[in-house]
Design a binder for this molecule. Structure first.
Ligand code: RB5
Length: 145
């Protein structure tokens, strides 16, 4: 799978650790930055990752900021994006199974790094369940128009 990653200054270290872990697991990565402690604006990185996923240049996106909240608000402004801010592996699994989320948003200041790795695994390995959930996802997609 091809995965676009983005982070701000609060999340770049965890983002880099996740990039190493998914690369080791055999995934292809598009790293959209940032890569250091200089203060940056999370909407810039959310937009780049969201447009990469919505445009078909990556299968999924993963965004890390302090809480994951700003990244999710910004990414969800891009048509075609279903970004889920999750706090544990069960939410990361369910956002795929029920919501067909294509971007996972993580909070480096609120989630333990080892839990974050489990969440990414759940997000990447869980398929959308379809069925009744497809109708609901279709209604969300209609809101993009
Ligand atoms: C940056 O200080 C912080 O506001 C940002 O990382 C994020 O938590 C926003 O939602």
């Amino acid at each position: 799978m091809k995965i676009a990653f983005g982070a701000d200054h609060a999340g770049w270290e965890q983002k880099d650790a996740l990039v190493r872990s998914v690369t080791a697991a055999g995934h292809e990565v598009v790293d959209c930055g940032t890569g250091g402690d200089d203060s940056v604006d999370y909407p810039d990185f959310a937009e780049t990752v969201a447009r990469t996923v919505a445009g078909g240049d990556a299968d999924r996106g993963i965004l890390v900021c302090g809480t994951g909240i700003g990244m999710s608000i910004a990414a969800n402004k891009v048509a075609g994006i279903r970004a889920a801010k999750c706090n544990d592996p069960e939410e990361a699994r369910l956002c795929r199974e029920h919501n067909d989320a294509n971007v996972l948003c993580l909070g480096a200041r609120v989630v333990d790094p080892s839990v974050m790795t489990e969440m990414v695994t759940a997000f990447l390995e869980t398929d959308f369940a379809g069925g009744r959930h497809q109708r609901r996802v279709g209604k969300m997609t209609a809101l993009d128009a």
